[in-house]
Design a protein around this ligand. Structure first.
Ligand code: PA5
Length: 450
């Protein structure tokens, strides 16, 4: 059963009826490239069949490890960056598991994300928060060599070893990395950490439904069986090349049409604060998949109604190169009624007895009409509720839509060559062994900039 309804009815002013159907032949060709693995980057399309091809033995092991961690740890630190962190963070927020971190009677360990910056301040605060508490670490890195998580792991591991000794500490470290190679794999084998695999055919930004996302989500209290069921439902729902039947492909086709009309920036929006990280996860998924060869939609995000009070002015009246995709929750997990007061000093009497969801809905409708009138195309992905099943389906919706979007735009949606440029400069500046020639070159150029 589908938990998602894609609605593009407000686009009539921007996209003619025939334009979508004219995309059908191209969509079919891209669908074949993806599913028959003939397109660019086809070695990394494992996410397409992941709902039926995942490692069931490992899946059960993830649940067992999560149970152990939930029993023996007050704090759980998931260390990773980019695709090795954003999906888990997004899911924990989406499932409303995070406020539990701050409740005295919480049922779950405090789940913290580290290794996603080079901030000593941030890491210091995590060390302070852990204090004397029992804790475990999940270090997540496909390459096993990424600088940010490697530094965070070294620092947190030192604390773990001081507290438990090396042998016991090793039992509290869970490594999610490549099946065969990389520094983390080497260390993990040597120290005997429990290991989980980032599948070969799945890139970082498509990896949330592998052990990369599943272990932190399970530790935080998420039901990963239901999550996988929803992901599997997504695979069934979005398996047709027929644009009339596949809403994920409708979304891909429409954003491509809009791009070609000059709408170069897409804002992914929500009306629930717990969906903020959905935007962060989606930005990596879309940005790294499409932004290459000087092409692609620039992915941005906004949180409403919050950002209507900051970005709203620009969206309404600034340069006309924006379009919006709203992820809207039909049935919020909780709803509150606006209470009655005897006087009307705050002027809110007209809302007394109304639900907050009703007010939120009117805000959404008002925005769609205003922005459409202002020249900003708006599409909406309506999701039933914030539960695991719906999230699994939504993840599949976005992954398949963005994969197809890359092919529609003639790029390889599954590589990310551009992220190496800054890293190489940073390694040269830091004097990393093997970068001696680059260090000499960049030292000459440094004076031009600083
Ligand atoms: O999409 C990507 O490949 C990157 O953003 C990676 O997810 C990120 O750099 C983390 O890489 P790794 O898992 O190798 O540490």
């Amino acid at each position: 059963m589908t938990r998602i309804k894609f609605d593009y009815s407000p686009l009539t002013k921007f996209v003619h009826d025939n334009e979508l159907s004219e995309m059908q032949a191209l969509i079919k060709a891209c669908d074949q490239e993806l599913r028959q693995k003939t397109g660019a980057g086809s070695d990394f399309t494992g996410f397409v069949d992941l709902p039926i091809e995942y490692d069931h033995e490992e899946f059960d092991r993830i649940k067992r490890a999560a149970k152990k961690i939930r029993n023996d740890s007050e704090v759980f630190v998931a260390i990773g960056i980019g695709g090795s962190y954003l999906g888990a963070r997004m899911a924990c927020d989406f499932l409303n598991l995070n406020f539990g971190n701050w409740q005295d009677n919480r049922k779950n360990p405090i789940v913290i994300f580290a290794g996603n910056s080079i901030s000593g301040t941030y890491l210091h605060e995590i060390l302070e928060l852990i204090g004397d508490k029992d804790f475990s670490i999940n270090v997540i890195s496909k390459s096993g060599t990424t600088t940010e998580p490697s530094i965070a792991f070294r620092i947190l591991k030192e604390k773990l070893i001081k507290k438990y000794g090396r042998a016991e500490a090793a039992k509290r470290i869970y490594a999610t990395t490549d099946r065969k190679k990389g520094a983390l794999k080497t260390e993990s084998d040597a120290e005997g950490y429990e290991e989980f695999v980032v599948p070969d055919a799945i890139g970082g930004r498509y990896s949330v439904m592998s052990a990369v996302g599943l272990l932190p989500i399970a530790v935080a209290g998420g039901n990963i069986d239901q999550l996988m069921d929803g992901f599997s439902a997504g695979r069934k729902e979005y398996n047709s090349f027929d644009l009339n039947k596949n809403e994920a492909y409708q979304y891909a086709a429409l954003r491509n049409i809009l791009l070609r009309k000059g709408y170069e920036v897409e804002i992914l929006e929500n009306y629930e604060p717990s969906l903020q990280y959905l935007g962060e996860w989606w930005k990596q998924l879309a940005g790294e998949s499409e932004g290459k060869d000087q092409k692609g939609i620039y992915p941005s995000s906004a949180n409403f109604s919050t950002d209507l009070h900051s970005l709203g002015q620009y969206i309404q009246e600034g340069r006309r190169f924006l379009f919006e995709t709203v992820v809207k929750v039909d049935h919020p997990r909780y709803d509150l009624e606006i209470p009655k007061e005897n006087d009307n000093l705050d002027g809110l009497q007209y809302l007394e007895g109304k639900k907050m969801s009703y007010v939120n809905e009117q805000a959404y409708r008002g925005v769609v009409i205003a922005h459409t009138d202002g020249g900003v195309p708006v599409m909406t992905i309506n999701i039933d509720q914030q539960d695991e099943y719906t999230l699994g389906q939504l993840i599949y919706f976005f992954e398949i839509a963005i994969g197809i979007s890359g092919y529609l735009n003639g790029v390889n949606p599954f590589n990310q060559p551009g992220v190496e440029a800054y890293k190489n400069n940073m390694f040269a500046l830091l004097g990393r062994p093997g970068f001696e020639k680059e260090t000499t070159e960049i030292k000459k150029r440094e004076n031009d900039f600083f």
